[in-house]
Write a protein that binds this ligand. Structure first.
Ligand code: MOS
Length: 749
């Protein structure tokens, strides 16, 4: 493992000896040498291969499958259809918690969207199963697919996970009517799919009553519970191993139907079964980001002070479930205004159910809001940065609560300075590069809530001076193996090479979900508390023992450092963990900890991370080709556990923003509801050649309220702000306002 000396880390990022160090990924070498074992890399003896057959229509019924043809094919072992699918204890449409969603596990022959599983073919080889699935040649009774955003609009019961569909402060109509300057615009965001490098995959095997699952999941305990309730077996009988995920982005948080079918097949056939979704099948049963149509109305006075902000989002969902992209909620947070209204409406379509996809709500909402803010600044004749500073929210606009911390002003300053923002001409089409390309500069504000879920951890101090920390945390590629181990080492006050860190299986304490950018805060606080618990038990042993130099230190207390406890009032009096344990005749001592949001500060403060993103684009004036040539982000997200990894998260977020602004869109066939670009060739995501010079500045921020470690989240925020900055730069280069995303050369040519 390569380590960078602590001295390379700016002082404000340091905490204990390990937190704040820019360590490289502990699992990096496993990945670059191909020895990291992902779910589909498991090949147990006797494994069978399962292949999904999926629907090519969006609505109707499967009338006939040529099962006989499939079964006749050499190597096909079984064909699972609604007719022979083993019973489940819980209908897959049954919701039992805020995070469960309705899914298809061959409960009947109804088709609810194109790409829905309609059968599973199991074979001795992948080839046999694939051919068997093809031979099924389904016949459908097709009904017309309802795919328009103009269907019946309704008020959702909730948006996102349990959010209110509407929020209001003041009287937005009065505010708009009284405003000297007004804009109204409609912005459209397309359906997008998660497209993790690692497809959805499972190897399921039964060992007697025990079920062992190799699968990628962002929520080990949640998935374990869902599997158990659907099969009607105790959760303890289900073991899930998910040491690595090749990307999750939200789609691996919830248990989708194909996984259930794979488990049933393994039980039915008494052999391990592997199911790997093909790339085009990733555009079916595994959720996506829902399409939105957002109407923004802004009013400002003659000086450019916002008077009213109305953000209305129409969010598409499926016909059978209820997830709504909470796109308007970002307007609760960013800009001060006396009158504020956010409102969500839903529309049902014959598609799969949309679900959380990286910065759900904020990503779609941000590109619209930041575009509208840019339009308003233009209307007022004010520089977009100056306009944002004029409307800086000192308290959270919707709630009036103070922010637990907010270094956004510093983000604006440092980002603008690094980018060289000053001197930007107000009018568009003013700048050209040396070869005559149009050059534009744009900016956006980034934000994401600092969420925590509930997680648990166990920490053990051993008499040999080492420690073990265990929690069922998930590494989707973000670096949890490393960052959480850093927190573990500091929690036990041991050097990181003396602490073993275990994560990634359901047999460990539930670490909560890896989602909502809350994993480091949640699992990290659980680890921190578990370490503190182990150390306090050790301290009690020592302080009560006359033979210890720490005897009687109770009032002054003790402090742990480098494997020793020291008296606070006299640091020369100390004792090693090993000596304390040995004298007590203990091989080890165990601590337990929980990470969860603190209800008191939750009530008192608005908790968000913030940032500012500056973009330069170049547009070919003849061809309309758009390239991002520079991206600078400055982000404040509380304590930074590992600056190397956090910077990497911000780069990833900015690249996702680029993708959102210029590339990503699932093209749906208007008749059959099929995704026509269900592959990585035609569903565009950025490749290295699309990605410019990037800079991510880590702005110092101390947050005494979010949690004891001061950690906010970093995973999702940088998508927000970035997408808006890029489309605003496109306007600045071309003078064309594009409000249907992604922006393509057609739009500006
Ligand atoms: Mo995320 S969309 O919270 O994995």
């Amino acid at each position: 493992m390569v380590e960078i000396p602590l001295s390379a880390t700016p002082a404000h990022l340091r905490h204990g000896s390990s937190i704040g160090q820019p360590l490289t990924r502990r699992d990096g070498w496993l990945k670059v040498t191909g020895t990291a074992r992902y779910a589909a890399d498991n090949h147990p003896d006797g494994v069978l291969h399962a292949v999904l057959a999926t629907s090519s229509i969006a609505r109707g019924r499967v009338e006939r499958l040529d099962e006989a043809a499939a079964r006749r094919h050499p190597g096909v072992v079984e064909v699972m259809t609604p007719a022979n699918r083993p019973p489940l204890a819980l209908h897959p449409d049954e919701k039992t918690g805020p995070f469960s969603f309705r899914t298809e596990a061959l409960q009947d022959n109804t088709v609810r969207y194109a790409g829905q599983p309609i059968a599973l073919v199991i074979g001795e080889t992948l080839e046999a199963a694939t051919e068997g699935a093809r031979l099924l040649a389904p016949c459908y009774a097709e009904e017309p697919a309802r795919l328009s955003m103009d269907g019946e609009h309704f008020v959702p019961d909730s948006v996102g996970v349990g959010g209110e569909a509407e929020a209001v402060k003041g009287d937005v109509e009065a505010g708009l009517n009284g405003a000297a300057r007004r804009i109204e615009a409609v912005y459209e965001t397309p359906p997008q799919f998660h497209n993790a490098m690692e497809p959805h995959a499972m190897v399921a095997r039964w060992k007697g009553e025990r079920l062992i699952l190799d699968m990628p999941t962002q929520g080990l305990a949640m998935t374990q519970g869902r599997v158990a309730e659907i099969l009607g077996i105790p959760a303890e009988q289900v073991e899930i191993r998910s040491p690595f995920l090749g990307g999750g982005f939200g789609s691996k948080a919830l248990l989708a139907g194909p996984y259930i079918l794979c488990i049933l097949a393994a039980r039915m056939l008494g052999r391990p079964v592997k199911l790997v979704s093909r790339r085009e099948q990733m555009y079916g049963p595994y959720n996506h980001r829902g399409e939105t149509r957002q109407n923004l109305r802004l009013g400002a006075d003659a000086e450019g002070t916002l008077q009213a902000l109305s953000h209305h989002s129409l969010s598409a969902t499926s016909t059978f479930d209820d997830f709504f992209e909470p796109a308007a909620n970002i307007s609760h947070t960013l800009y001060a205004t006396p009158h504020l209204l956010t409102r969500h409406r839903g529309v049902r379509r014959d598609t799969g159910t949309p679900m959380a996809m990286r910065a759900p709500g904020e990503a779609s909402g941000s590109i619209a809001l930041e575009s509208a803010i840019d339009e308003m600044a233009q209307q007022c004749g004010i520089d977009p940065l100056e306009f944002r500073l004029r409307n800086y929210a000192e308290v959270e606009p919707i709630s009036g609560k103070p922010f637990s911390s907010k270094a956004l002003r510093e983000c604006y300053e440092q980002g603008a300075q690094r980018f060289g923002w000053s001197g930007r001409p107000l009018a568009p089409r003013q700048m050209h590069d040396e070869v005559g390309l149009l050059v534009g500069w744009g900016m956006g504000t980034a934000t994401f809530p600092a969420l925590m879920f509930q997680g648990h951890a166990r920490a053990v101090l051993r008499h040999d001076g080492t420690g073990v920390v265990e929690t069922g945390a998930h590494d989707m590629g973000q670096g949890a193996w490393t960052a959480l181990a850093q927190i573990a080492a500091d929690g036990l006050a041991l050097p990181s090479d003396r602490v073993a860190f275990h994560a990634g299986t359901s047999t460990l304490p539930d670490a909560g979900i890896a989602g909502g950018s809350g994993h480091t805060a949640t699992a990290g606080m659980a680890i921190h508390e578990a370490g503190a618990d182990a150390i306090s038990k050790l301290a009690e042993l020592a302080m009560a023992d006359e033979r210890s130099p720490l005897f009687g230190a109770n009032n002054a207390g003790v402090v742990a450092r480098e494997g020793r406890l020291h008296r606070r009032d006299d640091e020369s009096r100390s004792e090693s963990y090993a000596d304390i344990l040995d004298r007590a005749g203990l091989a080890e001592i165990e601590g337990r900890g929980t990470g969860a949001p603190d209800p008191a500060t939750q009530e008192a403060y608005a908790k968000h991370a913030h940032g500012a993103v500056f973009a330069e684009v170049k547009v070919d004036p003849e061809l309309g080709q758009i390239r991002v040539s520079r991206l600078v982000g400055a982000f404040a997200a509380g304590r930074i556990i590992n600056p190397r990894m956090v910077r990497s998260q911000f780069y990833g977020g900015m690249i996702w923003g680029l993708s959102f602004a210029l590339l990503e869109k699932a093209e749906m066939d208007a008749r059959h509801g099929r995704i026509m670009n269900a592959n990585l060739g035609e569903y565009h995501v950025p490749v290295n050649a699309d990605v410019p010079e990037m800079d991510a500045i880590l702005v110092e921020e101390h947050d005494p309220h979010v949690n004891a470690l001061g950690i906010k989240g970093v995973g999702e925020m940088a998508i927000t702000g970035s997408a808006g900055a890029i489309v605003n730069a496109v306007w600045h280069a071309t003078g064309v306002r594009v409000r249907r995303f992604p922006v393509t050369l057609r739009d500006v040519f």
